[in-house]
Design a binder for this molecule. Structure first.
Ligand code: IPE
Ligand code: IPE
Ligand code: MG
Length: 246
């Protein structure tokens, strides 16, 4: 941790937690065991990010497309989600972590929704770090949901078409009120974004590691952050423009 520059940390880290299935398959275990181990990695990364001083952590836990997996795997993931929330609630309170959920939450099983709502309510005044779980999440679905909402406001006369800007539209997304992720991590080596935060990652720095999610630990997180700190973020400017700003 001492190897990190405190003044150059990303504000918002987003993670595509991939590779639970492969972790299990390599060991000839059921994929669900991989998801269980993945949950331990979630616990670690939340703790580590909080300690390091990350303000927003967003974890891709379940995509819209993941509903098409075998129903046994889907049910196991929903049970694990509830188990995770109930087990972690005391630590979230202790570390002042505020829980948030993004996605089509109404599609989750009622009992998972209830537990999620309860944990969000209990942690709503915490101000240490915002932990967002992307559940039943799809980036395109989020944009479409945002369009529906803004179109509704236009119909009601609350918004004028000519007032639509990037800034205004952002407020109609699930991530309203959050800064865009400046750092996107994906585990398990796949070089794709899999429908995650499509709008918000416009200028995120991307880091892909071959480490499978259940094996992702503090050392991996620190290495990723060190890599982030070496990057020059240009936002379309030239290298010398950036140098002159400093
Ligand atoms: C990520 O691991 C967890 C979820 C998508 C829910 P995977 O289950 O996708 O693992 P692999 O990609 O099959 O190894
Ligand atoms: C992305 O992983 C979704 C989550 C991590 C929850 P997937 O395993 O579903 O993505 P693909 O299928 O490799 O693109
Ligand atoms: Mg996968």
């Amino acid at each position: 941790m001492e190897r990190l520059k405190k003044d150059k940390l990303p504000r918002h880290v987003a993670i595509i937690m991939d590779g639970n299935g492969r972790w299990a398959q390599k060991r000839l275990l059921n994929r669900v065991i991989g998801h269980e181990k993945g949950m331990d990695a979630v616990r670690r990364v939340v703790r580590n990010c909080r300690e390091i001083g990350i303000s927003y952590l967003t974890l891709y836990a379940f995509s819209n497309e993941n509903w098409n997996r075998p129903s046994r795997e889907v049910s196991a993931l929903m049970i694990l989600l509830e188990r995770y929330l109930l087990k972690e609630l005391p630590e979230m309170m202790e570390n002042s972590v505020k829980l948030n959920a993004i996605g089509r939450i109404d599609l989750l099983p009622p009992s998972a929704q209830k537990t999620l709502q309860r944990c969000m309510k209990e942690t709503e005044n915490n101000n240490g770090m915002v932990l967002s779980l992307a559940l039943s999440y799809g980036g395109r679905a989020e944009i479409i949901d945002g369009i529906h909402k803004i179109a509704g406001d236009i119909e009601k006369g609350r918004v004028k078409v000519e007032d639509i800007t990037e800034e205004l539209f952002s407020r109609y997304l699930y991530t309203d009120g959050m800064p865009d992720p400046d750092f996107l991590i994906r585990t398990s080596g796949e070089m794709r974004v899999s429908n995650f935060l499509l709008w918000q990652i416009a200028y995120a720095e991307i880091y892909v590691t071959d480490t499978l999610w259940p094996d992702f630990g503090e050392e991996d997180l620190i290495n990723a952050l060190i890599d982030f700190q070496k990057r020059e973020r240009r936002f379309g400017l030239t290298g010398s423009q950036i140098a002159n700003r400093r």
